[in-house]
Design a protein around this ligand. Structure first.
Ligand SMILES: [Zn+2]
Length: 231
């Protein structure tokens, strides 16, 4: 994975328009395609990360006044640390990226393939609360085809990061473009953000839709065809 820490700053400041973090409030900024990671992100082992997160989470609970000797609470720091590293943020580690094998397009199928309603769980990087949604992916083979479950695994890999929906959409699309060696990729994501529904403005009915249309999917009749499949 390419790391982008060094050149994020100028980008950030232009987008932020000299606004402070308080000014920005709940507005979700999107600073770049790649998840902003430190250059030394993987010097620590997963075991060390879990130990450290457990200690730090214990401190957060302690500061909030929770009794860490209580039987129900005392295992929580360890559980949270394990869940962060092994499950909900496991997509930060490139070692966990799904291994993708491609196959020859023996059926000579040359129309769009749509894999729809791929359920995913992610977390908003601004509040660390869940984003729950469905991804729909379409591609037209340029000669190779991908196992259907791999489309699902690519979505899950990028979802398991602190995310913003725009970045998640583009990361999935760029990954598919690279793997399948084609511009003819579409990704549509329809998701609910718990930072909008369970707190803040507390809007339980709104949902966010983002899309990426590459190559042939920019042709109006292809967009209509795709949207018909998604109904
Ligand atoms: Zn949020």
């Amino acid at each position: 994975m390419k790391l982008k820490t060094a050149n994020l700053a100028p980008n950030n400041s232009s987008i932020m328009n000299d606004l402070s973090i308080d000014d920005i409030g709940d507005d979700h900024l999107y600073t770049g395609l790649e998840t902003p990671m430190k250059l030394d992100a993987f010097i620590m082992s997963d075991k060390e990360k879990k130990e450290k997160i457990s200690d730090l989470f214990l401190q957060i609970m302690d500061v909030m006044g929770l009794d860490l000797t209580d039987d129900s609470l005392k295992g929580t720091p360890n559980r949270v640390a394990k869940m962060y590293i092994e499950e909900i943020f496991s997509g930060l580690n490139p070692d966990n990226k799904p291994k993708i094998a491609l196959f020859e397009n023996k059926y000579k199928y040359n129309q769009m393939l749509v894999e729809k309603n791929i359920t995913f769980y992610s977390n908003c990087e601004h509040h660390f609360v869940p984003i729950i949604g469905q991804a729909h992916i379409a591609y037209v083979s340029s000669g190779k085809v991908i196992g259907l479950s791999k489309l699902n695994r690519i979505v899950q890999y990028y979802a398991k990061r602190p995310q913003v929906q725009e970045r998640l959409t583009n990361q999935i699309a760029i990954e598919l473009k690279t793997i399948l060696n084609t511009e003819d990729i579409a990704v549509i994501i329809d998701a609910k953000h718990l930072c909008v529904s369970s707190r803040g403005v507390k809007d339980d009915t709104s949902a966010t839709v983002t899309s990426y249309y590459g190559g042939i999917f920019n042709e109006p009749h292809k967009i209509v065809e795709l949207q018909n499949y998604l109904k």
